[in-house]
Design a protein around this ligand. Structure first.
Ligand code: FRU
Length: 489
């Protein structure tokens, strides 16, 4: 059954891929599925010196449906080689209509690559979620464990809300954390195992009543410097759809005690991040650049379904811990390999609006540093993807200490404004880094403590850019623009 499903899905993908050759909205350097629908990154892992990414895939359609696991591999996080689908629904425990192989994670053990994922099946009128294992000798073809499911929802927990295991090793044991619900309250559960097949419940790793909404999807837990870090994607917490907590996990009790909290991304298109540790000991994070229906700003899935696809990942980020135990999310260092010959400007003043030379105006990186001590401006705006009457605005408002990304006049489809604090509004220099691609704008401020990821669907007539100063002259100390290479086309 599973093999038949894999074969049919592979054919659908081939067919889909042929159909999107002429697509105009495809990203140039952000990861996408070859065709069809993509959501969460799954099983992100550095295995045998390469980055592997799996992902929630519906190969048959440009909308969410019964879930498969797509798979791709890369040396540098930007040039990706598609591999065959890794998991297809087909067993009794992962074969539900509107179910299938939900999110999970990967780990290497004795040279094999293990996947641990959520199987979702139908039982009468309910979808039941359970944790399952698959493994591979070569990292390409996966076999589901005959003893699946390896974990079912404990007594007292909602079996329809028990998902997204993220696995790691600590000393000589394996652990996973997964999302669970007791009554209508979110919890994260911690399990341990010696062999990745037999699992014991250790404890409720984290609970917080209703403080962070009512279900915490896609948890991730890892060590960063001298702290443990917990990431999750809360449902029902308003505009906060991704959260981090730094603190300490006590492996004896299985309880995580948080110390500092923050948002991972303040944009409207960032969800379900998952991390890996790479060969250089960097903590790299990938996430899905889209929004679910339950988010406050959701309108629909975006116009790309007309081209036979939907969804991409955000720019890969490196997570770094600051001395106050907050986190910074910086563009992964490999993003520098995308740069082609740039333009560099130093020490100039913007009095009104200055046009910027951004190459073809569709795929580029822009970094600007403002000398506040020499500026009387109360803020400034980057006008991106302009075409005369439409534009996407990035506003840095020093006076009110705010960052705003406004896509209400981006392209005739997009709407909404994402907003956050500008933490360094009082500093003598303010730096902003922006990554623009065919269908997205990502803004890094405060040295990566604040990031805004937003999709826009402007066509290629939207190719101009400018900087404008608010209420007085703006002293720019440096401005760099690099056209970025297309690695995904
Ligand atoms: C998060 C999520 C997960 C689930 C998957 C299903 O975006 O809802 O909780 O496993 O997507 O595709």
């Amino acid at each position: 059954m599973t093999n038949d499903n894999l074969r049919m899905a592979a054919q659908a993908l081939e067919h889909g891929r042929a159909g999107i050759k002429e697509a105009k909205m495809r990203q140039r350097y952000h990861f996408m599925a070859p065709a069809g629908w993509i959501n969460d990154p799954n099983g992100v892992v550095y295995y045998k010196n390469r980055y592997h990414v799996f992902y929630q895939s519906n190969p048959f359609d440009a909308f969410w449906g019964t879930m498969y696991w797509g798979h791709a591999v890369s040396d540098d996080l930007f040039c990706w080689e598609n591999l065959p689908l890794a998991l297809a629904p087909g067993e009794w425990y992962d074969n539900g209509e509107g179910g299938g192989c939900f999110s999970g994670s990967a780990i290497e053990h004795e040279g094999k690559l293990f996947l641990i994922y959520t199987g979702v099946y139908r039982d009468k009128d309910k979808n039941i979620q359970c944790q399952c294992v698959a493994y591979s000798e070569d990292g390409v073809t996966f076999e589901k464990y005959a003893g699946n499911p390896v974990v079912t929802a404990p007594k007292g927990y909602d079996s329809s809300n028990f998902r997204d295991p993220k696995v790691w090793r600590h000393n000589d044991s394996f652990y996973f954390v997964c999302a669970a619900c007791r009554g209508d309250t979110a919890e994260l559960l911690l399990y341990s195992s010696k062999d990745l097949l037999n699992w014991d419940l250790v404890n409720v790793l984290f609970c917080a009543g209703k403080r962070y909404g009512d279900m915490w999807e896609c948890p991730d837990l890892f060590r960063l410097a001298d702290k443990d870090v917990l990431l999750f994607s809360p449902m029902g917490m308003g505009e906060t759809t991704s959260l981090y907590l730094t603190g300490k996990l006590n492996y004896q009790t299985g309880v995580f005690v948080p110390e500092v909290q923050g948002r991972i991304d303040c944009g409207m298109d960032f969800y379900a991040p998952q991390t890996l540790l790479d060969g250089e000991n960097r903590r790299i994070m990938l996430a899905w650049a889209n929004a679910w229906q339950w988010m406050p700003w959701w309108k629909d899935w975006g116009p790309t379904h007309k081209e036979g696809w939907c969804g991409s990942f955000n720019l890969p980020r490196e997570i770094v811990k600051n001395s106050d135990n907050t986190l910074s999310f910086l563009p992964a260092p490999q993003s520098k390999t995308l740069r082609s010959k740039g333009r560099h400007y130093e020490s100039f003043t913007v009095t009104d609006t200055t046009e910027l030379d951004v190459g073809d105006g569709v795929a580029y990186e822009l970094q600007v540093q403002i000398d506040k001590t020499q500026s009387r401006a109360t803020g400034f705006t980057l006008h991106l993807r302009m075409n005369g009457h439409e534009e996407t605005l990035v506003v840095l408002d020093f006076a009110n200490a705010l960052v705003r990304v406004d896509r209400s006049r981006s392209d005739g489809w997009s709407t909404g404004v994402s907003q956050s604090r500008l933490l360094g509004a009082g500093d003598s220099t303010v730096t902003v880094q922006v990554f623009v691609d065919q269908a997205s704008v990502e803004v890094f401020t405060d040295m990566g403590r604040t990031v805004h990821s937003n999709n826009v669907f402007a066509d290629n007539t939207h190719c101009k850019a400018a900087i404008s100063a608010q209420s007085g002259p703006l002293a720019v100390s440096r401005l760099d623009i690099w056209p970025l290479k297309a690695t995904m086309l």
